[in-house]
Design a binder for this molecule. Structure first.
Ligand code: ZN
Ligand code: ZN
Length: 290
């Protein structure tokens, strides 16, 4: 009995090594080693292991991505015809007051909540372990998938509650739904409670799973990228929703439809629970079928 228990705890503690072992990749040199070594030499171990590092990285990365999509909205669609075919709404354009409003709330949210969270992390958080070995590629991809699955499920359930509880919608989530046709800056146009939940779960899930530090940083960036992409108003061929088959990933089209028809498509990134519960809305596909 004791050995069965030991076996089970071994499996539990090493959950993330299972797919790697199954793939027969255990022990091989990681394809990510040059990236990990490069990060360590570029930033230096003292900066990289700081508990505030991922917060600073997340802020910089979020603004960088939003600036790119904002440039496409402000300049690209006017001058580049090829870009227009990827725009979800040809006839709707971001206005200056919308840009101003969303940027002002984003700045306040960063000043009042995100930067102080980074300072608290810096003061009280434990440093990140910096192993010499990078995680194997299979391990890294598994970590991203499992973290995304748990994040998606936790936010999806909360999101469902926001839309089915009148008080929660009015008091919290209605802020995000002021925009029926989202653009990049709407991503973090959120009530502080929702913003703190999203930030905390993105940080805590990989911590609980004790993933490699590179997987941890990878998930922070991955989650920000697909969240901004879900709101950017464009569906490019490299969108995960188009790259990954079988309609597994929601992507910008489904989340855009959520902003248009809020009692549908509650899951932010994956579609399985929307399909299972009958919450899915494929406005454009339905039209095509008819
Ligand atoms: Zn949204
Ligand atoms: Zn919503």
């Amino acid at each position: 009995m004791a050995s069965v228990k030991q076996d089970l705890s071994f499996v539990w503690n090493n959950y993330s090594r299972i797919p790697m072992d199954m793939a027969g990749l255990d022990g091989s040199r990681s394809a990510l080693q040059p990236i990990w070594d490069g990060l360590r030499s570029f930033f230096g171990d003292e900066v990289l292991c700081s508990p505030a590092f991922p917060v600073g990285m997340a802020i910089g990365y979020y603004f960088f991505l939003c600036m790119i999509y904002m440039f496409l909205d402000v300049y690209g669609v006017k001058h580049w015809a090829w870009l227009r075919k990827y725009k979800l709404h040809q006839d709707i354009h971001m206005t200056q007051p919308q840009l101003y409003n969303t940027m002002v709330l984003t700045m306040w949210n960063h000043a009042l909540y995100i930067v102080p969270a980074g300072v608290l992390q810096y003061m009280y958080g434990p440093p990140f372990p910096l192993n010499d070995d990078a995680p194997l590629l299979m391990q890294f991809l598994w970590d991203q998938s499992i973290c995304l699955f748990i994040f998606d499920l936790s936010y999806g359930i909360l999101h469902y509650w926001f839309h089915t509880n009148r008080w929660a919608y009015r008091a919290i989530h209605s802020v995000h739904h002021q925009y029926h046709s989202p653009f990049c800056w709407v991503t973090q146009y959120l009530h502080p409670i929702e913003l703190i939940f999203v930030g905390a779960t993105t940080a805590i899930i990989p911590k609980i799973l004790q993933v490699h530090t590179l997987s941890y940083f990878g998930f922070q960036m991955f989650n920000i990228w697909i969240s901004v992409e879900a709101h950017c108003g464009y569906e490019f061929p490299f969108s995960l929703s188009l790259v990954i088959p079988f309609d597994i990933v929601a992507g910008p089209r489904k989340h855009d439809l959520h902003h248009m028809k809020p009692m549908s498509n509650y899951m932010p990134h994956l579609t399985w629970l929307d399909k299972l519960m009958g919450w899915e809305f494929n406005g454009y596909d339905t039209k095509k079928k008819k």
